[in-house]
Ligand binder design. Structure first.
Ligand code: F6R
Length: 366
């Protein structure tokens, strides 16, 4: 049941501190500096000998794959490609037995993702599944895998599945970085310690709920909305826009902040709300200058900032704070206010938050 919350989506948003803990529990031993996951440990040679990793997924899971691309390349120095399963499977893609394919799926039943897995297997690739639903088709079809352990996700809009997928993929990237010797012991230990602190920082981010609700009430009647982010937070911008589209039916687009000047800037006027992820680490000054460009065109700025930020606060119409963390872990925090913003807007508009029109929890048709 909804456990006192008005909707499953809200319940699942608030479950994220525990869900993330459940994802790393027993796998990440911080004091010992160990990450253990049977599915990875038993196939470590496959990962280490891989020419590249190809991630296949759809929707929100595809966004988690994009975040993983940054983490795998940055920390483990393994080349990664992220593919929409639906495009990959029909493209006659180049796949060899030196490729590792990671399939990400909350439900484990998405038809296109399943078909991409079968294609990859037929071409000799090693296929690893990241699923939430235990015993699902994708979990069974893959050679090995790891479950996110997020618990049942009932709301059609994916929330805790996304943050737990990112958590799990971060563990895999850190493990590979360590085994490959790509990360210093100090930096590795530091990542584990910071990851362990994420649940309490997510909790802190959730405490802005009332403030976010107030911001939502100002923008609920917008017809369009832009989401901008850079680096690790570019995929978060895409995910924020998807959340708004699917439950409130407001048209939204996510962009890498620097792409704004190549087109979307033409859309900006006093009626355009723009959510900008501008946390302290990672291209901060560049994002601040993007914010100045928006400001000069009278766009309404909602900044997602690091606690205590003053620069963006001066420029933005509203700021929503998240605790400080490593840049590589920041998507786990910056996602939270975007989920809540979409949720509150959809509720204020009287939409069916848990079961948006035209959408199904698992897309078993292609
Ligand atoms: C968005 C959403 C969808 C799913 C997509 C993939 O909130 O729920 O975009 O993420 O249909 O589903 P899974 O992860 O079950 O393969």
């Amino acid at each position: 049941e909804k456990g006192g919350y008005d909707h499953f989506m809200l319940k699942e948003i608030f479950e994220q501190p525990n869900a993330i803990k459940d994802t790393y529990r027993g796998r990440m031993l911080v004091k010992e500096g160990i990450i253990k996951m049977a599915g990875v440990d038993d196939n470590i040679e496959k990962f280490l000998n891989a020419n590249r990793v190809i991630i296949v997924a759809c929707g929100t899971s595809w966004h988690a794959g994009l975040v993983a691309e940054y983490i795998f390349e940055d920390l483990a120095r393994i080349p990664v490609e992220v593919e929409y399963a639906s495009e990959f499977r029909y493209r006659n893609p180049v796949i060899t037995n030196k490729d590792v394919v990671i399939a990400i799926s909350q439900s484990g039943e998405t038809a296109d993702t399943l078909a991409a897995i079968k294609l990859a297997k037929a071409n000799g690739a090693f296929v690893f599944g990241v699923c939430n639903v235990v015993g699902s088709s994708i979990a069974r079809e893959t050679h090995a895998g790891a479950y996110t352990h997020a618990g049942p996700e009932i709301g059609v809009a994916s929330t805790k599945a996304f943050t737990t997928q990112i958590t799990l993929l971060t563990l895999i990237a850190l493990k590979l970085a360590k085994v490959k010797g790509e990360i210093s012991n100090t930096n590795y230990r530091y990542h584990l310690q910071e990851l362990e602190l994420i649940p309490e920082k997510v909790q802190k981010a959730l405490e802005s709920d009332e403030h976010i609700k107030a911001v939502a009430s100002i923008y609920k009647d917008a017809r369009n909305c832009l989401y901008l982010g850079r680096g690790y937070n570019f995929p978060v911008a895409l995910e924020g826009a998807l959340k708004l589209k699917e439950i409130s039916y407001i048209h939204a687009e996510g962009y890498p902040a620097a792409e704004m000047k190549h087109g979307p800037i033409a859309l900006i006027d006093e009626n355009m709300p723009i959510v900008v992820i501008a946390t302290k680490k990672g291209h901060y000054e560049k994002v601040v200058s993007n914010i100045e460009e928006i400001k000069a065109r009278q766009g309404k700025i909602i900044g997602i900032v690091t606690e205590g930020d003053t620069n963006v606060k001066k420029l933005a119409d509203h700021v929503i704070e998240v605790p400080e963390t490593l840049e590589s872990l920041s998507p786990l925090l910056t996602t939270i206010p975007l989920q809540l913003l979409s949720y509150h807007i959809a509720v204020m508009l009287g939409k069916n938050v848990d079961q948006p029109r035209n959408l199904a929890k698992s897309v078993t048709v292609e």
